[in-house]
Write a protein that binds this ligand. Sequence first.
Ligand code: 5AD
Ligand code: SF4
Length: 470
Amino acid sequence: MVYLETFGCQMNELDSSRMIGALAEIGFRRTDNPGAAEVILINTCAVRDKAEHKLYSMLGRFRELKRERPGLVIGVAGCVAQRDSAALLKRAPYVDIVFGTHNVHRLKDFLDKAATDAGVVVETAFRDALEPEEYAFNEVAADARAFVAIMRGCNNFCAYCIVPYTRGRELSRRSADIIAEIERLARSGAAEVTLVGQNVNSYGANSGGDCSFPELLRKASMTAGIKRVRFMTSHPKDISDELIDAFSEAPNLCRHMHLPVQSGSDGILKKMRRGYTRDEYAAKARRIRSLYPDMSITSDIIVGFPGEGDKDFEDTLGLISDLRFDNIFSFMYSPRPGTEAAAFKDHVPAEVKAERLRLLQEAQRGITIARNGALVGTMQEVMIEGDSKTNARMTSGRTRCGRIVNFPAPDGYREALGATIRVMITGAYANSLAGEFAGQGQGRTPGQPALLNGLAWAAAAQQRDGLSNR
Ligand code: 5AD
Ligand code: SF4
């Protein structure tokens, strides 16, 4: 059995799914008990130091397991492995396999090698090609959702960010390979796909893709069986009119854009090398909202970037109250060795960062609750995802704009993961909405027969689980 722990972004989630898929082929089942596993894998994140700290304390615990069972294989994947395998092995010499972001698909070979070789297996070379076989394994989650990588890497080199160093240069997959993967996922029960890349807007731009990103979205949204298409993450500087128009052309495209702004101060944006000003960003966000009033716009914000003064931070607070994002993810700046900003002089004291984060989150909380509250009394299409995490008697799903909705499901719908239904919104909180079931939803895929009923979806989900638990 294999135990797998995933840190970080949706790209890591996807890579983890590829690892589980590849291991299922050779008979491994997944367990949530590390004590029962023959193989333990950790897919790591290097974006902030917090995740790295967690990694090392977790590895310390696994070391104890290895003392009891020397045959246990411990593998470390992802951005920490990619960035500095030597440092990792120095701190955790008991690790058996270290493999980087371009070598996920070779996991089976690494396990074979670890079984026969006495030494540690290290594979962190960057590869210039992207072959369809690399994505041969990708699992549909129990909730009928799947991620699809459309590209890898990033060329932007924002001053704070480690990603261009851990994931290499941008490279796009061929559109036919991507669509074939989405068709395969749909046949295995996926109702929703999220197209992922570090900067999906530059799909196809000088990096191997053969059509524009909006064109790819249109093709993806036509795939039979796929009811919802999402994407992550768009760089605000590269949002084109064609992309904005795609929302009116592709009926399955969910009304949600994650547009990380990072700061509301022009001075800081420049030092971050973001490639847009506050006004340019705000103009794009306003245009999107005026064309699509039901669009949810979420963002990422970093507080305490080097040189950020009180005035800069006030500009950020001003921007969030002007634009009223539906939600934000906010972070204290964390210096990443080797990035441009780590060498900047005027670092902000930790307590100032913490206070700014608190103020920002408090301000956004009010905005999020108000924006969620505006949906009370509306009818929303909700895709069923499973039992509610906070109340096991409730069922949980997501609106097209990406909000979690908890509601009591009638018989037959509770296990109908991936079915779309209509829900009347009755309550709004900071992290979710409450609602009442109001009937079967509309299938939205052009040319598709009416939506499969809930029971048929439950049967399909059971069959899928049976397959993936082999
Ligand atoms: N420190 C803090 N936050 C960071 N992010 C990226 N690098 C850093 C860093 N060094 C944040 C950005 C990005 C999100 C995924 O993580 O906001 O959009
Ligand atoms: Fe990092 Fe900037 Fe690339 Fe995003 S666009 S992955 S923040 S370098």
